[in-house]
Design a binder for this molecule. Structure first.
Ligand SMILES: Cc1cc2nc3c(=O)[nH]c(=O)nc-3n(C[C@H](O)[C@H](O)[C@H](O)COP(=O)(O)OP(=O)(O)OC[C@H]3O[C@@H](n4cnc5c(N)ncnc54)[C@H](O)[C@@H]3O)c2cc1C
Ligand code: FES
Ligand code: FES
Length: 479
């Protein structure tokens, strides 16, 4: 029995397929067709809804997600808010909706419900967002006919309207959600609530698929039409969704989402934070976990190159036994990782920066937001008296796995941090990598850009970096 809160009432659903999508349930079972289906792969934002989750301090935290890649059973114990939920009890449109109407933020309207929900999540979390925040929130919502100008104006103005009345007060919702807290059992869907329980469930059901944020696994179902008969969901394992700072390291639970980790990681490693800000879009980062980004073994995941360059370690656990390995050793070959049957990623250990350390990271993709990397690079090093030491560099998109550039590192280590040395390192990269051509980039492009990123890191860390100029559409310098 799955139970969740929707529009002031508890929904109860029996006999749910573990991979039934929230979107199809909304549209086909509840006939709530306001939520649209565009891409069915988390890319367009037309299906954006909000999920509310009880926090430790008896508050409900809300986040926008893409309903097309949310598995319905994962809603258990949570609140769901759809575009139909927003209309006030008095029949008035919600301020977000009224502002979009008044400022002409919709033409064909297909993308509009998703945009309403993305802005509603912003409305709940921030009362005076600036333009970059609004742009970030809308990066996962494609609109092809209105143009974003009026939508952004509507976002700025939505705070000027009076609040609408809702069916339940916040404390009534909290009380209802608390009444749903008890875990539920099914033959084919497991949602353990602690790491110990998870370890046992994985041992007992080694044929089940682990689902964390589901931003990869969801697409196996919607795009590859795979039947997953048994699922273990990690989203309720609270002791794996925490970050703590201990003895010079950040200990990041594998179930921590990129949204959760972004602020803290940005504080320590601003370049890594910027790479995270460009992972998918808000709806994806709200679901996507750091553990999932590693476990999937993708050669083009954006987290691993940064984490490897920073010397991160993985804690892997099977039953009661844990082992710790360097993250780079986890990736053995394409599609092959150092993860045994019954084992899972429990934690990522990320060293905190030292005083002499520099960290540079760059993601290269065709679109700025919501795009998979052609390549991604992380580079950590110390600079002292003009010499570069402790060099660690890793690339994604340059090999069958995320991989360190060992020859390149060796060519730099201990030498002067000058242009001649950088040029040698750029040549050494040809020893490290033989990249592939694919739809994202050609072999030649990848190699050239990978080399240029070392030069970029050099230019950005020398005392007098050349003035970077941004060219506008007609080639005029605009910044
Ligand atoms: C629209 C869109 C845009 C995206 N953009 C980017 C991007 O810009 N950069 C990028 O790197 N990725 C991107 N992704 C891919 C994906 O979001 C990330 O890889 C994400 O971090 C995966 O995490 P998850 O929690 O959703 O994993 P899931 O889909 O839940 O799981 C992924 C895999 O990891 C396994 N797994 C998960 N957690 C564990 C664990 N703790 N132990 C063992 N196995 C585990 C699962 O069984 C599965 O095989 C995008 C995806 C979408 C849909
Ligand atoms: S339908 Fe496009 S993100 Fe869900
Ligand atoms: S209003 Fe038509 S796609 Fe957005």
């Amino acid at each position: 029995m799955i139970r969740f809160l929707l529009d002031g009432k508890i929904q109860e659903i029996d006999d749910v397929r573990p991979t039934e999508s929230l979107l199809s349930y909304l549209r086909y079972n509840l006939q709530k067709t306001g939520t649209k289906e565009g891409c069915a792969e988390g890319d367009c934002g037309a299906c954006t809804v909000i999920i509310g989750e009880l926090s430790d301090d008896d508050q409900i935290s809300y986040k926008a997600v893409n309903a097309c890649i949310v598995f319905l059973p994962t809603l258990h114990g949570r609140e769901l808010v759809t575009v139909e939920s927003l209309k006030g009890e008095d029949g008035r449109l919600h301020p977000v909706q009224q502002s979009l109407v008044d400022h002409h933020g919709s033409q064909c309207g297909f993308c509009t419900p998703g945009i309403v929900m993305a802005l509603y999540a912003l409305y709940l979390s921030d009362k005076s967002p600036d333009l970059p925040q609004i742009n970030d929130v809308l990066a996962g919502n494609l609109c092809r006919c209105t143009g974003y100008g009026p939508i952004i104006t509507a976002a700025h103005k939505m705070y000027d309207y009076p609040e609408t009345t809702t069916a339940l007060s916040m404390s009534e919702k909290v009380a209802l959600l608390k009444s749903l807290e008890e875990p539920h059992d099914q033959k084919n869907y497991f949602a353990p609530t602690s790491k110990d329980d998870l370890a046992q469930v994985i041992l007992d059901h080694s044929d089940a698929v682990i689902v964390a944020g589901g931003t990869d696994v969801g697409l196996w179902v919607t795009k590859q039409h795979r039947e997953l008969s048994k699922v273990i969901y990690l989203g309720n394992v609270m002791d794996m969704k925490q970050i703590s700072e201990r003895y010079g390291n950040l200990h990041i639970g594998a179930g921590v989402t990129y949204t959760h980790a972004m602020k803290l990681i940005t504080r320590h490693y601003p370049d890594f934070g910027e790479v995270i800000r460009r992972i998918g879009a808000t709806q994806v980062r709200n679901q996507a976990t750091i553990g999932g980004n590693i476990a999937n073994g993708s050669p083009i995941g954006d987290g691993p190159p940064c984490l490897i360059a920073l010397g991160a370690k993985l804690v892997l656990r099977r039953g009661q036994v844990s082992r710790t390995i360097g993250l780079e050793d986890y990736f053995i070959a394409y599609g092959e990782q150092d993860l045994k049957a019954g084992e899972f990623i429990e934690e990522i250990i990320l060293p905190l920066p030292t005083a002499q350390q520099h960290f540079k990271a760059y993601k290269i993709s065709k679109r700025f937001d919501q795009d998979i990397s052609a390549l991604c690079m992380g580079m950590s090093f110390h600079l002292e008296n003009g010499r570069i030491t402790n060099v660690r560099m890793a690339y994604g998109g340059m090999a069958a796995t995320p991989k360190r550039a060992l020859a390149c590192e060796a060519s730099l280590e201990g030498g002067p941090w000058n242009k001649a040395q950088v040029e040698k390192a750029m040549q050494a990269l040809e020893i490290d990598f033989t990249p592939l051509s694919d739809m994202r980039a050609s072999e030649g492009y990848r190699m050239q850009v990978a080399k240029n990123l070392i030069l970029k890191a050099y230019l950005e860390t020398t005392e007098d970096p050349p003035q970077m100029r941004v060219l506008g559409q007609e080639g005029r310098a605009i910044g």
